[in-house]
Design a protein around this ligand. Structure first.
Ligand code: NAD
Ligand code: TYD
Length: 360
């Protein structure tokens, strides 16, 4: 029986991953999450009561809470996703990013090390800790090339700098103490349950509400898009067959300019809920008319692209979704899950976004 401690399992990627893991034979999942503004407890509440699943509301900044989780649940592996994850918020207030992403990751590593030191030889060898990170730690690319696992770190935002700090610690705990850690660096995820502050769900909800679609700068920046279930399958493979001490890049192989992503979203909204039938778009003949070019993000990385040949050749993983099919499923999902959206849009997030848009 594998017991996998997942941190951040109530967030976007985490809840998709937890769903994949609880359906595997001989796997028990312990979900450790603080339930910040970005979490969606509703997305995993139905798992309560399953005998191979347990939820702990806990803070990775609290070393004692982590120590209790290790002692009580005796995990065979840890997948670490808990983080503050939004670049714009990190620009507005970097402190919590350092506390959660750097200090919280340090706490997790330290508690994992204390626990791991006491295991018998067989369990020590089988133990794994995966640090889930981002391609943003590599910095910005020009028109050509792609990030390799050997690309030097060069983060631009407080978010990516804090993730870089965590990655260095994850690797240092392997080199210094022998803790069997692995780092993964993935590109921009999209799909069900993504909090609507990130580009794709934000454009969907604002479009449906007939609100302006804020495109930073000229919309020329390029991101690689990875469907969330493809990412979760990759993490599952890394957990089973990844080599301790190694880094794996994970990408969707789907590079797009932001403006083309927004055009594609407008066209899907038009197909599923035509502007002419949406009262919120009164006076507009198409969703594209909502596009509004706004002041660029400071330090905005121009382009990210991933060379995922290592995970493909060593672990046999490759993405299944094209951007076209993934985006279509995503828009459909947001249209069908209005109750989830209304729930997540209440409270803190609402206040934050009100302030943020007032400033622009
Ligand atoms: P998210 O913001 O949707 O979820 C983060 C989760 O972490 C939330 O459930 C939140 O409650 C929890 N959390 C935050 N602070 C915590 C704390 N102090 N203690 C315990 N839990 C805490 O993020 P996501 O998009 O699901 O990203 C998950 C991970 O993947 C992050 O580490 C992120 O850096 C990384 N990542 C995300 C993307 C992406 O496109 N979403 C891309 C690359 C890497
Ligand atoms: P985002 O989803 O915040 O992810 P990241 O910054 O981690 O890549 O943004 C994706 C791209 O979309 C990024 O280049 C910034 C841009 N963007 C906009 O143009 N408008 C927006 O309102 C948001 C949130 C992002």
């Amino acid at each position: 029986m594998k017991t996998i401690l997942v941190t951040g399992g109530a967030g976007f990627i985490g809840c998709n991953l937890v769903r994949l893991l609880v359906d595997q034979p001989s796997v028990r999942v312990v979900n450790f999450d603080l339930l910040t503004y970005a979490a969606s407890y509703r997305s995993i509440a139905d798992l309560d009561g399953r005998d191979n699943y347990c939820f702990i509301r806990g803070d990775i900044r609290d070393a004692d809470a982590l120590a209790r989780a290790f002692t009580e649940h005796r995990p065979t592996a840890v997948i670490h996703l808990a983080a503050e994850s939004h670049v714009d918020r990190s620009i507005a207030g970097p402190g919590v990013f350092v506390e959660t992403n750097v200090v919280g990751s340090y706490n997790l590593l330290e508690q994992a090390r204390c626990y791991w030191n006491e295991l018998d030889a067989g369990r020590r060898e089988a133990f794994r800790l995966i640090g889930v990170s981002t391609d943003e730690v590599y910095g910005s690319l020009g028109d050509q090339g792609a990030f390799l696992e050997s690309t030097p770190y060069d983060p631009s935002s407080p978010y990516s700098a804090s993730k870089a700090g965590a990655d260095h610690l994850v690797r240092a705990y392997h080199r210094t103490y022998g803790l069997p850690t692995i780092v993964t660096n993935c590109s921009n995820n999209y799909g069900p349950y993504q909090f609507p502050e990130k580009l794709i769900p934000l454009m969907i909800i604002r479009g449906l509400a007939g609100e302006p679609l804020p495109v930073y700068g000229k919309g020329e920046n390029v991101r690689d898009w990875l469907y969330v279930s493809d990412h979760c399958q990759a993490l599952w493979r890394v957990l089973q067959n990844g080599q301790p001490g190694r880094t794996y890049n994970i990408g969707g192989g789907q590079e797009m300019k932001n403006i083309d992503v927004v055009y594609a979203l407008c066209d899907l909204l038009e197909a599923f809920r035509p502007a002419a039938q949406n009262a919120a778009l009164r006076g507009k003949s198409s969703y594209r008319e909502l596009i509004s070019f706004v002041t660029d993000r400071p330090g905005h990385d121009f382009r990210y692209a991933i060379d995922a040949s290592r995970i493909q050749s060593e672990l046999g993983w490759q993405p299944e979704q094209s951007f076209t099919s993934g985006l279509q499923q995503t828009v459909r999902w947001y249209l069908d899950n209005d109750a989830w959206l209304q729930h997540i849009l209440s409270g803190d997030y609402r206040r934050w976004i009100e302030q943020n848009y007032a400033q622009r």
